[in-house]
Design a binder for this molecule. Structure first.
Ligand SMILES: [Zn+2]
Length: 249
């Protein structure tokens, strides 16, 4: 674990991702047998394979930056992404918890560690990740979390309903989630990209939750900039193809 706090708090929350029975840091379930491996402070229950991470050309570059310069990647996103990470949403949400006492997880945190006391979970085994896992099978006990954060993750999960049901299972009664998803954004594999959401679609997906608030996190200007960026890239590719005598549509 990245901190003694997370390690200590996680000990009581850890569970077999298959049967949800109790699990210690040996990661051997008394029913299912070995369900993960430990690499230093990182618990690996099986995340993305190398071939998955390298399937999309742009994602190959992203993965290279994430793994070689994982502390730089969040800063690069802030500079280059038209829809920037939303510290104005996340930080106040995290401050609404007593993080010294309450366990909060980042689902699909990527290379972002927002607070040393937040458990970082992802399908990629980046250096800052505490638990490498398929988000559809969380290695946490029922009602074990006070809160969770999911920022631009849901569109990358193949079975979002399964992942949402898992988040609901591990969240204690009265626990709270912050979820940020795109409505209009071009394709961006990480390593996959499956869907977009409308407000009513999001409410439907989170029907098991009490929805406290739904807000527009990034407006039409961000959407337009995303599309404009893609269009300009397309123009550049077309121009380059024309220069080399190849067609490009
Ligand atoms: Zn088990």
């Amino acid at each position: 674990m990245t901190s003694t706090f997370v390690g200590t708090r996680l000990a009581s929350a850890l569970a077999c991702p298959r049967c949800h029975g109790s699990l210690d840091f040996s990661l051997v379930c008394t029913i299912c047998g070995p369900v993960g491996t430990r690499r230093g402070d990182q618990l690996d229950f099986g995340g993305f394979g190398e071939s998955e991470l390298r399937a999309d050309a742009l994602n190959r570059i992203k993965e290279l930056v994430k793994t070689r310069f994982h502390k730089l990647y969040p800063a690069a996103i802030k500079v280059l992404s038209p829809v920037q990470d939303r510290p104005g949403l996340v930080n106040p949400f995290l401050r609404s918890f007593d993080l010294d006492r309450e366990l909060v997880a980042g689902f699909g945190c990527g290379t972002h560690r927002r607070d040393e006391r937040v458990v970082c979970m992802d399908g990629g085994s980046y250096g800052n990740v505490d638990i490498v896992t398929d988000l559809r099978r969380l290695p946490l006990a029922d009602d074990s979390l006070a809160g969770g954060v999911s920022i631009a993750v849901l569109e990358h999960v193949p079975d979002p309903a399964v992942h949402i049901a898992e988040m609901h299972r591990v969240l204690r009664p009265g626990g709270r989630m912050l979820v940020f998803v795109p409505f209009m954004q071009p394709f961006h594999a990480s390593p996959y990209d499956f869907q977009r959401y409308t407000e009513v679609g999001l409410r439907e997906q989170f029907g098991a939750f009490e929805v406290l608030s739904v807000k527009v996190g990034a407006g039409p200007t961000s959407g337009m900039l995303w599309v404009l960026q893609e269009w300009l890239a397309c123009c550049c590719r077309s121009a380059a193809a024309a220069c080399t005598g190849r067609s490009c549509r």
